[in-house]
Write a protein that binds this ligand. Structure first.
Ligand SMILES: [Fe+2]
Ligand SMILES: [Fe+2]
Length: 181
């Protein structure tokens, strides 16, 4: 695999790994703040970021050894509204900046496995940002999130709050594989 795509995948792995942990910490805070359903959304999203980190790791499966990894991420343990805003900022950085740049490089370098892993991730991150915005609107009006379901596609990290989809709109997996929170 070309060196630049390798670096980008490792950096994306780092960013997704951080997000996985950060959302678990914010889930615990949401529970404490009296927003248990927001806590469940943070846990579903945390697991979705693990799906992305795993896709990136497996795309790098033939490259062995130690590497320094530089990855950006949001910090701070604020109110649940502030944490949701941090989540939206992080997701939108990935949607508008990080993944489009990384995907362009991977396409230019003909790295198909890397392109596929990052296309799943970027599509799911937009959905995560949208879910966080719905949750933030509830929290900002003093209510816990109200959602029909909180379900996550373990293939690509898509999340639904309605349960309306028969198949995953990102990876076309059957709804029967979705994990409920
Ligand atoms: Fe995400
Ligand atoms: Fe999916």
């Amino acid at each position: 695999m070309n060196a630049m795509t390798q670096d980008n995948l490792r950096s994306a792995f780092g960013g997704e790994s951080q997000a996985h942990m950060r959302y678990r910490i914010w889930a615990e805070k949401a529970q404490k703040d009296g927003f248990p359903t927001v806590g469940r959304l943070f846990m579903a999203t945390s697991d979705a970021e693990q799906v992305h980190a795993t896709l990136h790791f497996k795309a790098l499966k033939d490259i062995h050894g130690g590497f320094p990894v530089l990855s950006g991420g949001e910090f701070g343990l604020g109110t649940t509204s502030e944490n949701l805003a941090g989540g939206i900022a992080g997701e939108m950085h990935e949607v508008t900046q990080m993944y489009p740049a990384y995907i362009s490089v991977a396409e230019m370098q003909g790295e198909k496995a890397a392109v596929q892993a990052m296309r799943y991730a970027v599509a799911a991150e937009q959905v995560h940002a949208d879910c966080y915005q719905v949750a933030k609107d509830f929290v900002d009006s003093g209510k816990d999130l109200e959602a029909n379901v909180i379900e996550m596609c373990p293939i690509c990290g898509f999340i639904t709050l309605t349960g309306e989809e028969d198949t995953c709109p990102i990876c076309q997996a059957k709804k029967s594989v979705f994990v409920a929170y």
